[in-house]
Design a protein around this ligand. Structure first.
Ligand SMILES: [Ca+2]
Ligand SMILES: [Ca+2]
Length: 166
């Protein structure tokens, strides 16, 4: 099981290289080069994990920058201060392609019903940052009505795109 883990390969690879380096260098410098290698291994593993996540799971942070998301969340921290236009601009979504906006729609449609319902909108901010607050009932209703052109009480993919780009 552990043999399939990327950490395992990196660690054995570096250990192999590490031993050949320390055998050819003086004993006084081997401890400090070992320390540098440990730091390098950590960096390689972090990069590896990030690439792995991007390629296998579609997530909001693979479409939007984490920094932009953080700014957008911070801006509406106070209850009832959520403004969808400002939020979509701050998090960078309004300047994304139609396909990327569609991808975000599917991430927000947690139950894959093809619509974003009020029950999903309540946890809208938490889809961006897990520790964010829930939207208030007033904010949820306002958000639905801002997008709901056909008045079925939920947001479809095209309605979502029109709202983001409005
Ligand atoms: Ca849904
Ligand atoms: Ca609708």
């Amino acid at each position: 099981m552990i043999g399939h883990h990327p950490l395992f390969y990196y660690n054995t690879e570096h250990r192999r290289r590490g031993s050949s380096i320390s055998s050819s260098s003086s004993s006084s410098s081997s401890s400090s080069s070992g320390f540098t290698q440990c730091r390098l291994i950590g960096q390689v593993n972090r990069t590896e994990r990030r690439q792995h996540q991007c390629s296998t799971n579609m997530s909001l942070t693979s479409i939007l920058s984490a920094e932009d998301i953080e700014n957008a969340i911070k801006d509406c921290q106070a209850p009832d201060s959520f403004c969808h236009k400002k939020f979509f601009q701050l998090c960078g979504l309004s300047s994304k392609t139609a396909q990327e906006i569609k991808d975000v729609f599917h991430i927000l449609d947690v139950d894959n019903s093809g619509y974003i319902e009020e029950s999903e909108l309540k946890y809208f901010l938490q889809r961006f940052v897990p520790g964010a607050r829930t939207l208030t009932e007033a904010e949820t209703k306002k958000l639905v009505s801002a997008a709901d052109d056909d008045s079925d009480g939920k947001i479809g993919a095209e309605e979502f795109q029109a709202m983001v780009l409005s």
